[in-house]
Design a protein around this ligand. Structure first.
Ligand code: AMP
Ligand code: GLY
Length: 427
């Protein structure tokens, strides 16, 4: 089987490495890919959001499967276009991807179907949003741009000034572009966060091993929100009882809700949950594998990923047992200096071998490219995800950090406390 993976980050690198384990996968392609992925799959210079270009590439390659990993092509309808042209695709339709593409849609969905989430109001007018915030007069409060914003469209405002500023930069300055034509103001929730990715074919939901992201740029959850600075799996706060409650109150109701709206979701549905004192609540849905959650979830998967892709596409997920390795996995993201704000690229990365790997850990490349003379250079905000597994979380973290020490580039920064909260929960 020839598989084309759409995307070019750490998540896609982890997907490629898992697909490479499948005895039935004979050729791996990636578009656009990156410097590290190029060592394991043939990379093609087609942008992830170029629908026609991707269709032409899939045709040229005679791809048996296309795995659409990022949110934006899914929200634009890439999976539909490929399916209409006879390709087997892993990834939801445009109609279903709206669950991530519009926070207004997902909030209304949860309200309509009684799925627990933060209380909210929607606005398409800045002055009305500000008037509502002043009337509520409760802080922190949360202001979210409606559409996709690279994981950065959420502002937790600590006081009225910050909340007003958030509304203005989202709606008036449009720092997230058209994503800010509407916004959601919602109640601030507290509690440990859990990411649960789940395979679903619209009839069955099969949750994967749980994980914990670390979204803030700096140690102790300080600094700005980022795409994710590190992850661990499993998430110790996510007990068997909570998992059962989430299945009953959140996962199955969401699948049925999407069916009820004629937007059946087939693919990987990501539940961003907060375990509040009032029970688990949905913070966000994503229509795809999370990044960097995938980097700690897929290494734990024992079942052939291609078998799962087939079961999802053929609606036979119910018949497929999916098994997971024991132990734990940890991923530390090495980011460019300045990320998530302005940063420089093109810095030479040291400490990687010829394949872009290092001893003691798997290195998932997120933002790298190869120079003409074969060196790895930085090419994005998040550069590498150094990932290790172990019998215990402590072992996995020690191995990931030991490996991270040996890899460097000018301006590199990474959090030193990935997994600290998870370790504290275990005591
Ligand atoms: P999102 O992109 O929606 O996942 O939001 C990014 C991060 O903002 C989440 O992982 C949470 O840490 C935080 N967040 C979002 N919504 C809320 C909320 N209602 N209450 C507290 N924190 C939130
Ligand atoms: N790590 C969060 C996300 O993929 O949106």
């Amino acid at each position: 089987m020839k598989v084309l993976v759409v995307g070019g980050g750490g998540r896609e690198h982890a997907i490629i490495m898992k697909l490479a384990e499948s005895p039935r996968v004979t050729e791996l392609h990636c578009a656009p890919g990156n410097g590290g992925i190029a060592k394991y799959a043939e990379c093609h210079p087609v942008k992830a959001t170029d629908l026609d270009g991707m269709l032409a590439l899939a045709k040229e390659l005679c791809a048996d499967w296309v795995f659409v990993a990022p949110d934006d092509p899914l929200v634009l309808g890439m999976a539909d276009l490929l399916r209409e042209n006879g390709f087997k695709v892993f990834g939801p339709s445009k109609a279903a991807a709206i669950i991530e593409g519009s926070k207004v849609f997902s909030k209304h969905l949860m309200k309509k179907y009684g799925i627990p989430t933060a209380k909210y109001e929607v606005f398409d007018d800045a002055e009305k949003a500000i008037a509502y915030i002043r009337e509520q007069d409760t802080y922190p409060t949360v202001v979210k741009a409606d559409g996709l914003a690279l994981g950065k469209g959420v502002i937790i405002a600590q006081d009225e000034d910050e909340a007003v500023e958030a509304v203005r930069i989202i709606m008036e300055d449009r720092i997230f572009g058209e994503s800010g034509s509407k916004l959601v103001v919602e109640e601030f929730l507290t509690g440990p966060e859990v990411s649960v990715l789940a395979f679903t074919d619209g009839e069955t939901v099969a949750p994967m091993i749980s994980s914990m992201d670390h979204k803030r740029a700096l140690d102790h959850d300080r600094g700005k929100n980022t795409g994710g600075m590190g992850t661990v799996s499993p998430n110790p706060y996510y007990t068997k009882e909570i998992a059962e409650q989430c299945m009953r109150e959140i996962f199955l109701p969401t699948m049925h809700a999407m069916n009820g709206e004629n937007r059946t979701f087939r693919g990987c549905l990501y539940f961003g949950l907060m375990l509040t004192p009032d029970g688990p609540k949905v913070i966000e849905y994503n229509c795809r594998f999370g990044d960097p959650e995938t980097q700690v979830v897929l290494p734990m998967l024992k079942t052939d990923l291609l078998d799962i892709m087939e079961a999802v596409e053929d609606r036979k997920l119910e018949d497929l047992p999916i098994s997971w390795k024991k132990g734990a996995c940890a991923c530390v993201i090495l980011a460019s200096g300045g990320y998530p704000e302005k940063y420089e690229t093109g810095k030479e990365i040291t400490g990687l071998d010829e394949k872009g790997q290092c001893a003691g850990a798997a290195v998932y490349h997120a933002g790298t490219k190869l120079s003409e003379d074969g060196k790895f250079l930085t090419a994005g905000g998040r550069v590498l995800g150094i990932t290790a597994s172990g019998d215990t979380l402590r072992q996995a973290l020690d191995a990931a950090y030991a490996a991270a020490c040996g890899v460097s580039f000018e301006g590199v920064h990474y959090r030193r406390d990935i997994g600290a909260r998870a370790l504290a929960a275990k005591k």
